[in-house]
Design a binder for this molecule. Structure first.
Ligand SMILES: *[C@@H]1O[C@H](CO)[C@@H](O)[C@H](O)[C@H]1NC(C)=O
Ligand SMILES: *[C@@H]1O[C@H](CO)[C@@H](O)[C@H](O)[C@H]1NC(C)=O
Ligand SMILES: *[C@@H]1O[C@H](CO)[C@@H](O)[C@H](O)[C@H]1NC(C)=O
Ligand SMILES: *[C@@H]1O[C@H](CO)[C@@H](O)[C@H](O)[C@H]1NC(C)=O
Ligand SMILES: *[C@@H]1O[C@H](CO)[C@@H](O)[C@H](O)[C@H]1NC(C)=O
Ligand SMILES: *[C@@H]1O[C@H](CO)[C@@H](O)[C@H](O)[C@H]1NC(C)=O
Ligand SMILES: *[C@@H]1O[C@H](CO)[C@@H](O)[C@H](O)[C@H]1NC(C)=O
Length: 344
């Protein structure tokens, strides 16, 4: 008995080494199969994800945890729930954020306008980001910067907190906005970016401001510092002492060129959600700012700015060859620029 048991044990023990290659082989086969299936599923997931993120906009993916049923259907393309990588939105994570851009031209009041917007606790307008040439070297660098701004990950003195309800920047038309218009318009429409056009009606006044600003860049009238914007009437008065002489030979063609740029900008971006503002209108009628707050759908608040207008009073005071300029514009479509004056 003992022998037979030990025999059978021997047999079993002896069979074991014969069986184990089979067991090992099937384990390897199963393992390989499992690995293959796993890799396959990962691939499927990735292709599905990348095609989804191409088709849908990123907002939809980010939206999911927030309940959007309280918002109107037509609002949804303009509502975003960004998930910044640099901080957490905490209790405001499900407060919608609207994206905007101020499209403007140099010396058209956009600096002042932006300080007004930034005086609102829920608005963050991050300045002239594309003033830096590297950021606008091509459409992909532009898009990368915009993504960062709209994801609330752009850091500037105007960056707000987790409860920002509108985030944007100011962008001069000649700083890559028009050059890359195809990609930019597509981006604005895909991501629901609202455009605030800010132009100046009186382009002759704009020209004076351009000249004075260029002059001060070299001369630095305020104790050796160049200032494009000032905060006191005294500083404004010092900067306004410089009276440029306008070249009347190409005055009309220069004005036409600036007017053309503004018109082209409006035309290129007309398919976006937008409003058009004029600096002069905002100066003389602060109710225009209510339109802006309604456009951005942020709560109503009084907006304030510490900036003081540099060239106030009649235009004739700010041009050294006023008579020549008057003659050059007489009878042209720009004649009205001579008469429009501020009483500010
Ligand atoms: C979303 O909010 C609405 C209205 O407050 C509510 O009726 C609905 O149940 C909510 N849905 C989810 C998924 O929480
Ligand atoms: C865009 O510009 C960046 C930086 O100048 C450069 O690295 C990149 O290769 C450019 N991309 C294209 C598509 O030209
Ligand atoms: C505006 O900001 C305040 C304070 O951070 C916050 O309590 C409020 O919810 C924000 N409003 C909106 C509309 O996001
Ligand atoms: C220039 O500096 C002087 C002395 O520091 C100061 O009194 C004056 O107010 C400054 N002027 C301006 C325009 O900042
Ligand atoms: C005025 O503009 C014309 C045309 O651009 C130019 O030829 C001329 O040199 C300019 N005059 C002065 C004084 O800059
Ligand atoms: C001021 O602006 C508001 C808002 O756009 C407008 O309704 C109103 O007519 C304007 N007032 C004047 C005097 O132009
Ligand atoms: C403008 O031109 C007209 C005729 O061409 C002339 O009578 C008038 O005095 C001019 N006005 C000015 C302000 O030079």
């Amino acid at each position: 008995m003992e022998t037979s048991r030990s025999n059978s044990q021997d047999i079993l023990a002896g069979k074991a080494p014969k069986r184990s290659p089979l067991l090992l082989r099937s384990t390897v086969v199963l393992f390989t199969l499992f690995c293959g299936l796993y890799m396959f599923s990962i691939c499927i997931k990735q292709t599905r994800f990348s095609s989804a993120s191409k088709l849908l906009n990123i907002r939809v993916i980010h939206d999911q945890p927030c309940n959007t049923s309280v918002f109107e259907e037509k609002e949804l393309p303009y509502l975003h729930f960004p998930k910044p990588t640099t901080f957490r939105r905490k209790e405001c994570a499900c407060n919608p954020v609207r994206y905007f851009v101020i499209l403007s031209m140099q010396r058209s009041g956009s600096g002042w306008f932006e300080t007004l917007l930034n005086s609102h606790m829920n608005i963050s307008s991050n300045g002239e980001i594309f003033g830096n040439k590297d950021r606008r070297s091509n459409a992909s660098t532009v898009v990368k910067v915009l993504d960062q701004v709209y994801n609330l990950d752009w850091f500037s003195s105007a960056s707000k907190n987790e409860c920002s309800a509108a985030v944007g920047l100011k962008w001069m038309l000649n700083q890559g906005a028009m050059v890359n218009h195809k990609e930019v318009v597509e981006y604005f429409n895909r991501r629901g970016v609202s455009v605030i056009f800010l132009f100046r009606r009186n382009l002759l006044r704009r020209m004076i401001s351009m000249h004075a600003n260029a002059y001060d860049k070299n001369v630095k009238l305020l104790n050796g510092t160049h200032k494009s914007h000032v905060h006191s009437p005294k500083e404004a008065q010092i900067l306004a002492q410089y009276k440029p002489k306008i070249n009347t030979t190409d005055l009309v063609s220069n004005l036409m060129e600036v007017q053309g740029t503004a018109r082209r900008g409006l035309e290129l971006f007309k398919s976006t959600r937008h409003i058009v503002l004029y600096y002069e209108d905002v100066v003389s009628n602060r109710t225009k700012l209510v339109d802006v707050l309604e456009f951005l759908k942020v709560p109503y608040r009084d907006l304030t700015s510490r900036q003081v207008k540099i060239h106030s009073g009649p235009l004739s005071q700010h041009i050294s060859n006023w008579e020549d300029v008057k003659k050059a514009l007489n009878g042209t479509s720009f004649e009205s620029y001579l008469k429009e004056d501020y009483r500010l």
